[in-house]
Design a protein around this ligand. Structure first.
Ligand SMILES: Nc1ncnc2c1ncn2[C@@H]1O[C@H](COP(=O)(O)OP(=O)(O)OP(=O)(O)O)[C@@H](O)[C@H]1O
Length: 765
């Protein structure tokens, strides 16, 4: 017998259900047109927004003056190089390769980032790594500072020797002795002032035996030293909040790193993006820091003549990561001159050197020519470093007073008379080994001795060099949880308080959704339609899963970036970071869910009991918190926020469908997956509480032939959806899910932050 002709089956036809859900019979084209209209409307609105709305920048506290008058004028505390334990950093055949795998896991050919580099970076002077784009400057710096981050598809393989005063340092010594200033200033929190930034950094980075006032004192000293006095109380700022200038930001980044008085300071492109005056003033500051006995190694992509004058040593890398020169900046032009490449009188030496080692890709014949020239320059340098020529120690084991005087003059940046003479010397153009031979047989031979064996320079300040034992004693530890947690919490609270959009992002989504749901579902009745409404309202708890994830996306990625930078510097632990994040997040979630509870329980019209109210509040909190945890997990696994959001959205949509209302009978695999879904438990908590004991009525058209209503009690609904379960057990399960999700997020963050380090350490050993 067919369904339509059996009056008892009326309730089970699609048409009947559609009628009861209130869908008009003639709605076919209309919803499609309305959907299209919405799409067009949203598109036009977005276009109007993009085309006509200009983002206004809010202005931070007024600056005393627009230019930093103290820039470069502050005198560095005069500390002689003899007073400090200096570290010469040596690279011996140091190279770097990269193993890559395709998306399918297939091993791709190994890429050489750096060919073996041998160089010495001396304390007390500016050591500059120069080279065209892609020559491996940043990679070399990252490798020296142990900042190579392996990913699933890429693995760096450093080899060769990195030494401190000829001893190979352990990774913990490197991390303790070396500070690193990145190219960008992303590690700075935009809503802290310069002084606050330095004070918090001092609190977190300086040893525990120092008192708070001593740490503040140190922050103040560094503030003055870095020429930041004038802008000390201005906000750091970002693209939305106008803060200090780019040059000042760079100074703050450097200031944070020198708080701990590191022996070795690595800086990646410290002058990039700055105007000539600011760049020069930054270099003056760096020179001052070097004069205090530190070893400063910096990369520079392009250096103007005035900047070149600050350089002490230069490592010149050609494209492909091959060294073409490593030695004193003053010796660089004479060296190239002897190879037949004379720098014209008014040409910037840095530009000249870069042009020399850059392959011209514009025209085919020039490309071949320049490729050959670069190859020969690399070969020539290779011969010099391979010691094909007698080293200074072999030819002149004792360093004369004259030599020492020359070294002094070179290190102070003044040319020696003999160098000046050589600078002026014109040499005919010979090439390759011929030229190198020319260098080797040069009458005074001082240039070759310096180039092929820079080590004797060390004896000049031998007493000031730190020994391996002293280096070992420098190992510093991360701030303990007890020290870091209150500081991080205080810092995060200031940051949050000064960024109202963050507070809104944390509260408005739950509240906004709650208001919309209340408007949509209130008040609930007891008729046949209300069965749909009640079940539909329970189903909507799934939307809070998305809210949790979106709240996380609004806040977490930016905080993660700051944490990653500070974790690279070994400042505090993953636990201190995640506890701070959680402690700031949870009160907002609880407050927002308490408000949701009022709207869900009182406005929508469920029994107004404390039990019912807290069941709504707890379910909301559980789902939002798990959404946050998922956000942390995916944003930890994937640095690309958009990609992470895409993946989580798929997961959340599936979880919502499987919550227990949209799909009652699921395949076994999905059922197993559902055991870790907070939505399953939230639905199993809310359904019994909101449906048990409810009586439903119906109108005459909805009655069965025997006069009964299709659904008369809440229990019938629960049976239909297989949700007639013990809610208390599910409250426990939801609570456990909240904890487990956060623990998994912590575990992932911990793994991600330790995995690459252990890999790098293994490779190095
Ligand atoms: N993870 C990676 N995957 C692929 N290639 C990489 C990776 N890391 C480095 N490289 C490659 O190594 C080479 C050197 O890069 P690096 O950023 O060190 O150069 P650079 O001299 O600092 O350049 P720039 O001056 O433009 O910053 C480049 O060709 C770069 O593409």
């Amino acid at each position: 017998m067919r369904g339509e002709s059996n009056p008892a089956c009326t309730q089970y036809t699609g048409r009947y259900i559609m009628d009861n859900l209130g869908f008009p019979r003639n709605w076919v084209a209309r919803p499609i047109i309305v959907l299209l209209a919405f799409t067009i409307l949203f598109f036009i609105t977005s276009w109007i927004g993009l085309a006509f709305l200009k983002v206004e920048m809010t202005i931070a506290r007024a600056r005393v003056s627009d230019t930093d008058l103290s820039a470069g004028k502050e005198k560095m505390t005069a500390r002689s190089i003899h007073e400090v334990r200096a570290i010469d950093v040596g690279l011996d055949e140091f190279s770097l390769a990269l193993d890559k795998r395709s998306l399918t896991g297939k091993k791709l050919p190994t890429k050489t980032i750096l060919n073996p580099v041998t160089a010495t970076f001396q304390a007390g002077t500016l050591n500059v790594i120069m080279g065209p784009s892609g020559s491996g400057k940043t990679s070399l710096l990252n490798a020296m500072a142990l900042r190579l981050h392996n990913t699933i598809g890429t693995r760096y393989r450093p080899s060769g020797k990195l030494s401190f005063n000829d001893a190979v340092p352990s990774d913990s010594v490197i991390r303790s002795v070396v500070s690193y200033v990145c190219q960008d200033d992303d590690a700075l929190l935009p809503s802290l002032t310069v002084r606050e930034t330095l004070r918090f950094a001092a609190g977190l980075r300086l040893p525990t035996w120092m008192s708070k006032s001593e740490k503040y004192q140190r922050a103040e000293e560094v503030l003055v030293k870095m020429g930041l006095k004038d802008c000390a109380d201005n906000l750091v700022g970002n693209e939305l909040v106008k803060g200090i200038s780019g040059g000042e930001k760079r100074r703050v980044s450097i200031a944070v790193q020198i708080l701990t008085d590191p022996r070795v300071l690595l800086l990646d492109e410290p002058t990039s993006g700055l105007d000539a005056f600011t760049a020069s003033s930054i270099l003056e500051v760096l020179q001052g820091l070097a004069r205090e006995g530190r070893t400063l190694i910096l990369t520079i992509h392009q250096a103007r003549s005035d900047i070149f004058n600050h350089f002490g040593n230069v490592l010149l890398l050609a494209r492909g990561g091959s060294p073409a020169y490593a030695g004193s900046a003053k010796d660089m032009l004479p060296y190239f001159s002897k190879l037949g490449y004379q720098c014209p009188q008014h040409t910037n030496p840095a530009d000249f050197a870069l042009d020399l080692i850059t392959i011209d890709l514009q025209e085919a014949h020039r490309e071949a020519e320049s490729r050959e020239k670069v190859r020969k320059l690399i070969e020539s340098w290779d011969r010099v470093t391979k010691g094909k020529y007698p080293s200074a120690s072999q030819t002149n084991p004792r360093i004369s007073n004259e030599e020492i005087r020359n070294e002094k003059e070179t290190s102070t940046g003044r040319p020696t008379s003999s160098e000046s003479a050589r600078d002026d010397q014109e040499v005919g153009s010979g090439e390759g080994s011929e030229q190198v031979r020319e260098i080797a047989t040069d009458s005074d031979g001082a240039l070759e001795r310096r180039l092929s064996n820079p080590a004797p320079r060390r004896s000049y300040h031998k007493n000031a060099l730190a020994t391996p034992a002293e280096l070992g004693a420098l190992v510093h530890k991360r701030a303990s949880f007890i020290t870091a947690f209150p500081l991080l919490l205080h810092r995060a609270m200031i940051n949050l308080r000064r960024q109202p959009p963050l507070i809104l992002a944390r509260t408005m989504q739950v509240l906004g959704l709650a208001i919309i749901l209340a408007l949509f579902f209130a008040p609930l009745h007891n008729d046949y339609y209300s069965v749909q409404n009640r079940v539909g309202f329970i189903q909507e708890i799934g939307a809070f899963y998305f809210v949790g994830m979106l709240q996380n996306v609004a806040v977490y990625p930016a905080e993660r970036e700051v944490f990653y930078r500070e974790d690279d510097d070994a400042v505090y632990s993953v636990e201190a970071f995640l506890s701070t994040y959680t402690l700031l997040e949870v009160p907002f979630e609880i407050a927002a869910c308490l408000l949701f509870g009022i709207l869900a329980d009182f406005a929508v019209g469920f029994p107004r009991t404390a039990e019912m109210y807290f069941v709504w509040v707890f379910s909301c909190f559980g789902v939002v918190s798990c959404g946050e945890s998922l956000g942390i997990m995916f944003n930890t696994l994937f640095n690309h926020t958009g990609f992470a959001v895409n993946l989580i959205s798929i997961l959340l949509s599936v979880a919502q469908i499987m919550a227990g209302i949209m799909s009652i009978n699921m395949p076994k695999l999905f059922k197993i997956f559902n055991y870790i879904s907070p939505l399953k438990y939230a639905t199993a908590v809310l359904s019994p509480y909101t449906l048990r004991g409810v009586k439903f009525t119906c109108d005459d058209a909805q009655r069965l032939p025997d006069g009964r209503c299709t659904i008369e009690t809440g229990e019938q609904v629960l049976d239909l959806y297989k949700l007639n379960v013990d809610p208390i057990v599910n409250i426990g399960a939801l609570a456990a899910t909240i904890v487990v999700y956060r623990l998994v997020a912590w575990l992932l963050l911990r793994l991600v932050r330790t995995r690459w380090k252990s890999v790098v350490e293994k490779k190095r050993s």
